[in-house]
Ligand binder design. Sequence first.
Ligand SMILES: [Ca+2]
Length: 330
Amino acid sequence: MYRFVNSLCLGHSLPASGLAGALPRAALALAVLAAGSAAATEPPGAREETCAEPPQGRWRIVGQRRLPAEIYLQGFEIDAAGHWWLSGGRYGESALWTLSPQGSPRRPRRQALPEHIFAEGLSRRDGASWILSWRAGELRRWADGAPAAEVVARYAGQGWGLAWVPEREAFVMSNGGSQLQWRAAADFALQAQTPVRRGRVPVPWLNELEWQAGALWANVWRSDELLRIDPDSGCVTLVLDLAGLWPPGERPRRAEVLNGVAVDPRDDQLWVSGKLWGRAFALDWQAPGQEWQPPMRDEQPPDQEEPPTAEGQPAAQDQPAALGQESPRQ
Ligand SMILES: [Ca+2]
């Protein structure tokens, strides 16, 4: 599986730079990003490196919010003003959704994407939403207030997850394989790839992404685990097993896999959701040996003021799940 996925990814990249073998991978990535030079792949021998087995982190639900139930969630981000941006997939149904800050009575806004597009990951940068397509190889930029999204770049292979990394002034993207792709701000050109491993095992199906405090969160397709990844080494450094987050028997029948991770920059709160879930959960988390940061807050009432459906549609009658659930690993 690894050889197949890896060769699939490398098949879309440009030849490795001659610099690749002379520098540690972290330095290589920074050097390539800084120089804005041609694409580079991992240095020789990197595939043989071993990461430490990641520990299981603890988590607990500290809040939740209802979402429009029809969002086949692919990309999820919260901006500095507290607005939620979500991309929904599927052909003929793909759309960019905007929700006002939590607690607002305003209805979510739905803006349709072209019918031939299966929207994928989304990120925010410079007052615009940047949206991947699954198989069309098109990156779209939807400027706030603009009537439509414009295609601003094309890429080889599939598009899955996307995050803007301000510290590196670059995008990081997943494509269904086990590599993270670093892409230039200016033209989305492939700059470097980072193989992701859990111990010695490559991690395929990396999906939605989120950058937080120098590390990357990643969903894994068809998995209930949320991974925290060191962006330099590609090592998974922490695993949150979210299998108990919302037991399947309590979910709507049509709800699909966990997918969608965002951090509210105003309070560093982690949020997760899933495809057709109709809700998102706020989680506090910690690595083994750590104290809860931030400390447990008072239970927050579910955000029932927020109409869960799009403008012009009646609100669904849907009761939020109980708050205060904690992970079984505690
Ligand atoms: Ca995200």
